[in-house]
Design a protein around this ligand. Sequence first.
Ligand code: HEM
Length: 377
Amino acid sequence: MRKEIRGYNEVREAARDWESYSSDLLGDRDVRDYRQLPLEADPPRHTKFRMALNPIFSPSALRPLAPDFEALAKRLIDKLKPKGGFEVLEDLVIPYVIGCLTIIYKRPQDYDEWRSWGPDVWNAAAYQRGEDVHAAEIAHRNRDFSVASPRSGEVLQAYLDTVFDEAEARVAAAEEERDIWDFVAGLVIDETPVNRAEMQGIANVLLAGGRDTVIKLLAGFIWHLTQTSGDADFIRENEEHFRPAIQEMARYLTPLPRMERVPREYAVGNDASRDTEKYVLLGFVSANHDRERFENPETINFQRERNAHIAFGFGPHSCLGQNITEIETIAFLKAVLPEIQSWSFAENPDLSWVDEPLSDGSTIKYLDKFKKIRVNL
Ligand code: HEM
């Protein structure tokens, strides 16, 4: 069993201390053999990749897209209205998040393909086969390997091969930058053009990082606001209430529950030769539900004071996609809030809760996954 660092102060400190707790490691070892960038590198290499990606994540690039996001959310809702009811994840949240990514990355032609992957790119093949991905994930988490793993990198790899063959050819021919893949293929770091493995590593965080996390956050809002109309009223009251509501939802749900680090003394040699049992985990859930730091952490409280949660990480690797998340979520809420009074659960939402250990040895009930939320209009 690998060690997990738990508790607010401990996780924050370890996340900041990259010299002791390195990100120089290969994650998702069952589905890929290249590093995600800038995530799986330490400064100074990490910082160069992070800076290179800044143009995609800057508020000035993203804010002008907000009206398109809101129009997309409204279109999706309008299409659902005549149906009288719908499933929140499949019919609204997943199409919305994927639609936003096609807008940000200027790849409208990829909508159907990205949609066919479902919420998590590593489960795309199983999702396409219609398997119960979540049940298999739970079995594996409990070390029950009699069930086949739903995870596979094949769908994403086929896509990356196609788009980067094309983008590399366009860069070589000095064609005008058209979309995100032309941008990534044209990056030059330390006067050296990025290689194919680096392009894939960047594409990974761009496609995977902002997908299941935001899907969970938005599904969480619908789930919560459908049953807590007072909180919907609070957000409606004042535009300034969007941000604290998003921060509190992010704290409560902690959509990225833990991340790996390698203690510096084990960050040696190539990935294949390392003993990954020595790697440790940063427990973001335990930090964001630390009773010493947050009063009643198990309660969603949009008016929580000093909500310095670390759902978006802390230190050099803190989330680059926070602006995207905020802008996407505000646009989504603006489309949802005028409608949600007339929504009610058609049946009990199908949620998966787990007992999550805290630093003091106790546990909390953590909302691991929204499986299905059916609402009537
Ligand atoms: C609710 C939404 C999100 C949550 C909770 C979240 C959470 C996180 C966390 C905890 C980290 C730090 C990982 C670590 O310390 O190892 C991180 C890093 C990162 N996130 Fe997010 N994220 C979200 C949305 C997004 C989006 C929308 C994107 C982009 C489309 C994105 C891109 C990234 C990238 C590129 C990094 C790596 C930063 C670096 O290594 O310097 N994230 N995210």
